[in-house]
Design a protein around this ligand. Sequence first.
Ligand SMILES: NC(=O)c1ccc[n+]([C@@H]2O[C@H](COP(=O)([O-])OP(=O)(O)OC[C@H]3O[C@@H](n4cnc5c(N)ncnc54)[C@H](OP(=O)(O)O)[C@@H]3O)[C@@H](O)[C@H]2O)c1
Length: 229
Amino acid sequence: MKGKVVLVTGANGGLGTYVTQAFLDAGTTVVGTSRKIQQHDFNNSNFTAMPAEISTREGAKVLVNQVMARFGELDVLAHTVGGFAGGQSVADTDDATFQRMFDLNLNCVFHILRAAVPLLRKTGTGRIIAIGSRAALDPAPGVGAYSASKAAMVSLIKTVAFENKDAGLTANVILPGTMDTPANRKSMPDADFSKWVRPNSVASLMVWLASDAGKDVNGSVIPVYGSDV
Ligand SMILES: NC(=O)c1ccc[n+]([C@@H]2O[C@H](COP(=O)([O-])OP(=O)(O)OC[C@H]3O[C@@H](n4cnc5c(N)ncnc54)[C@H](OP(=O)(O)O)[C@@H]3O)[C@@H](O)[C@H]2O)c1
């Protein structure tokens, strides 16, 4: 995949760190973004940090313009930005939590898609891989805002797949179950970590979907639940 320019959003996150490293290992040029990303987060000459706030249209547009100014093309969007809130029933969910879930899990992907899709179309082999959540399909009590925002995101990605297949672009969404990230270990110290999904499994799948081998997989919603099926 040498020569491909990959934009990884949430590149310094629990999952995004693995995704960034996996694309670097595949020989691609990686632009890693998040609000606080720094150049020294990855020690690799193919890595470029571009800090951005992508929950606004302007933030996403400026970022993608910077990628184009620096590299002249964009081949892959690997979108991992997202976040969780839980513990409130739908009846008890406050406005701020509901808004935060939709900003993080839906608006960020909407804004980055609007900025990136026209450029990805130009390559003739563009790839979009986004991270949803098992909760998008399997809601549970107390996670209404999170589940609904992820379900909406799945719908958006499938729509993008339909709308852009004429340009050789594929768009797929992966739904991980609970992953073995440092934040999850900290918040659930008594859990059996071996049962959790390895972030590297998700990262490898993203690289495969972005490769030529993944060309025929389009509009797919892919569960990665580990042993907890
Ligand atoms: N962890 C799990 O068990 C699990 C399970 C299923 C699905 N998921 C999904 O997997 C994805 C990654 O999860 P994670 O646990 O790795 O999350 P995480 O560690 O919280 O990472 C989130 C990333 O997004 C960035 N970010 C947040 N808001 C942003 C914004 N407005 N603009 C730009 N960047 C922003 C953060 O960096 P900055 O703070 O520097 O901006 C960080 O890099 C999420 O979509 C999550 O919903 C996670």
